[in-house]
Design a protein around this ligand. Sequence first.
Ligand SMILES: [Zn+2]
Length: 397
Amino acid sequence: MYKIIENSYDSFKENRIKERAFAYDLWLTLVEEWSNSPMLDVSEIGQTYEGKPIHQIKFGIGPIHICAWSQMHGDEATATMAIADILRLLSNTSEELLPFREKLHQNITLFILPRLNADGAERWTRETALGIDMNRDAIQKYSAEAKILSQWAQEIKPVFSFNLHDQHRLYSVGQTPHQTHIALLATTGDENGTWTESRLRAGKLANRLTKIAHSIYPNKIAKWTDEYNARAFGDYFQGQNFGLILLESGGASWDLEKQSLRKTNACLLLDALYAISNNEWQKEDISTYESLLTNERNIFDIKLTNAPLSKENKMARADIGLNIVEEFMDGKIHFAWTIEEIGDLQFFHGLTEMDASNYELYDHNNLKKGEPYSSVKMNEKGKVVFNLIEYTNKINK
Ligand SMILES: [Zn+2]
């Protein structure tokens, strides 16, 4: 089913959303449109600390209850973009993928809370307006948003639930040079990591999604460590029998706005809904999922080996790890470079790697760890052989 959905993606993609930090006004417009769709049922089920509405969007009349929520961390919007695509498809009344949509409509009821931490989303912070990390608030529920999420799920009692996040874009698949594009986790619901019925449901579905994701991004799929964290919603909900899958969007090379991962998210989630609606997930085991390596932090955007650190002193050399950093300003995400590490980086990888043994520093007297850089040029025999701006130009192209 995945391929069929993927081939139709351009027909249901919500083209008005172009980047992760899209405008709140646009979001309200989309919610309004979904409210007017005969296929969707939109209701305000609560408000954030600062009074922004939290909307539930419901689709289908089937007996199998499924929950999904996104952007519990305000600066993690890839899945929210995917949900906008999914809702565009599900609210469609045309012929596009009609048998697929009818199957879902009859067999499942899907409940979605998109952009849950709307206060954090607007300031582009992980935490809520009160500075609370919602995903460490599953038990105590200090935050209004955690209370709403918890009560909502308890009422629905989902057979499957999807906890949708973004992770740091420079996680690697184990110690390999591969950047994790997608990470999955069938969370554990207890200290011992027991494969309860709930976790096994999640594991089997994750197994299917792993196989599909591997076919799109070979070697670039990882799993999160399954260490139990009682305060995290994923672990807490698994303990409540909600069949919880954590789906994380990682990095995608120079696609920093993650439009490729957005598409994968949308198509993977739709495939998952289909596999739930016809019980295909039950045919899976968990071996492929179990064989995934865990996320590690082992890569830089650019790694220069034996690079010059000083213009004056030609002997001052070391490996350099350069990373792109994001800054949120005036409602937009801006990108800059920083030198993350200087030293012996032989056990680390770069998405771009270069042997800089013969390079000389050209436009700085020194390079320093932790400093922001917009330009770095290095020369060899009077010719510029490394120019950071060339890499800046690749971002989102
Ligand atoms: Zn997160």
